[in-house]
Ligand binder design. Sequence first.
Ligand SMILES: *[C@@H]1O[C@H](CO)[C@@H](O)[C@H](O)[C@H]1NC(C)=O
Ligand SMILES: *[C@@H]1O[C@H](CO)[C@@H](O)[C@H](O)[C@H]1NC(C)=O
Ligand SMILES: *[C@@H]1O[C@H](CO)[C@@H](O)[C@H](O)[C@H]1NC(C)=O
Ligand SMILES: *[C@@H]1O[C@H](CO)[C@@H](O)[C@H](O)[C@H]1NC(C)=O
Ligand SMILES: *[C@@H]1O[C@H](CO)[C@@H](O)[C@H](O)[C@H]1NC(C)=O
Length: 479
Amino acid sequence: MDIIRVLMTWTFLAFLVSPNLVQGIGVNWGNQASQNMQPSTIVQILKDNKIDQIKLFDSDHWTVKFFAGTGIEVMLGIPNNYLAELANDYDKAKEWVQENVTKHLYDDGVKIKYIAVGNEPFLKAYNGSNLKTTFPALKNVQKALNEAGIGDKIKVTTPQNADVYESGSNAPSAGNFRSDLKENMIQILKFFKENNSPFLVNIYPFLSLYQNPGFPMDFAFFDGGAKPVQDKGISYTNMFDANLDTLVWSLRKNGIQKMKIIVGEIGWPTDGHIKANVKLAKKFYDGFFKKMATKKGTPLYPGDIEYYLFSLTDENKKSIAPGDFERHWGIFRYDGQPKFPVDFTGKGNDKMPVGAKGIKYLEKKWCAYNSDLKNISLVPDNLGYACAMGDCTALNYGSSCNKLGSVQANISYAFNMYFQMQNQDVEACSFQGLAKIVKTNASTSECLFPIALESAGTRLWMQTGISILAGLLVSLALF
Ligand SMILES: *[C@@H]1O[C@H](CO)[C@@H](O)[C@H](O)[C@H]1NC(C)=O
Ligand SMILES: *[C@@H]1O[C@H](CO)[C@@H](O)[C@H](O)[C@H]1NC(C)=O
Ligand SMILES: *[C@@H]1O[C@H](CO)[C@@H](O)[C@H](O)[C@H]1NC(C)=O
Ligand SMILES: *[C@@H]1O[C@H](CO)[C@@H](O)[C@H](O)[C@H]1NC(C)=O
Ligand SMILES: *[C@@H]1O[C@H](CO)[C@@H](O)[C@H](O)[C@H]1NC(C)=O
């Protein structure tokens, strides 16, 4: 064979094989933090750790464009508060697709495969408020994709919380969709089936443990040790398998024998609750990756399972309504530094993931309680304010900063979190004279008193600020 033909064969083979070269490690990235890392840094973290799929919660143009040419597959998100207008107005759906999808699809542009329309729209806590809008929104967006000629490559779906199905007993075979949304669900399922869309489900063994004190701890992990759940000759040894198979049963009972299931979110938080810590998170992920590496799937859903970890980074501005752990789901800290050794490939190479590079922090200064002051009557109100507007979730019982050892240190922690979240604004370290700015790092081996990032937002603001200033100077010079 001559060299040209060999080369051609190889190129052809590479071309054939390359779409499958994705390892299939996906991750969610949310940006509800006081300071977010630059999207370019996020791309670097993903590449360095060979994570090749990302799921976003919105479709912010500035963020999405950073993924162009990276080979990273992006799942765009449409927040729930857009569902109504997309449902009611097809033109809005068309505009959305033009502006947020088509725009990114040039040569070597952004690799978009799925659009997540809404996020857990049928969550019990939403009281059915998205029940009427989700399906029409899904249809309109897919129709717009079809009309743009990209409907065969890009599919809509909607990430559902696992609370859309339930099983009276613990047996997966007793599972079915919640009765209040079953009709909607069946419509959506039929549409997914016709459209070749996958079903996205978020599965949280941590939440089962958190919500039911009686939940057998070992069942949340993958190492065995819990009393197996027996169901129609299948022995379930972990909650993940049992939960996913409850979905399979629910689908089957509603006439869907075969449908691609993607795990939209899975992970373990590391702070804010006694069972949310680095040790258990590592145990969970180690077991999960090892299981995924076998590509065996679950008893009723055998084979490879596509999944998106939750989450890439901590988000200190998330609502803590679900629990104080909610701000600590990151495998990486707020600044992109890894929290624990883990091997995404499941081969058990116990090393730290590659952290973010070139992170820019604000100045090395902290806000601390001014312990020279003896009048403590002002403390409760100011502490309350700092915690409500900042983030005190790491002070909880069993959390990383619970053992600081003094009330003063506790107060300093709270004041500093607020100060950093306010971009070290001098006025954010006043607290009616109770606080002062210091240069001493009060962190302990367990508890980090962080320094805020110079965030994408701050930098943008500074640039705009500077250009406004430059503009002013120019106009002054004109006079
Ligand atoms: C595109 O998506 C972003 C973020 O989800 C949204 O703010 C914007 O309104 C969308 N564009 C259109 C035309 O709907
Ligand atoms: C759902 O109902 C509960 C109880 O009536 C209420 O507290 C909550 O705010 C409602 N949530 C939404 C999203 O409407
Ligand atoms: C402490 O501060 C409060 C509120 O400013 C004030 O009412 C109180 O008199 C002060 N107590 C002392 C001992 O200075
Ligand atoms: C610090 O605050 C935490 C959380 O409120 C509390 O459990 C702990 O006892 C406090 N430490 C001291 C020394 O007061
Ligand atoms: C503060 O100390 C902690 C713990 O030793 C360390 O990890 C952190 O990097 C320090 N922060 C700064 C800004 O030097």
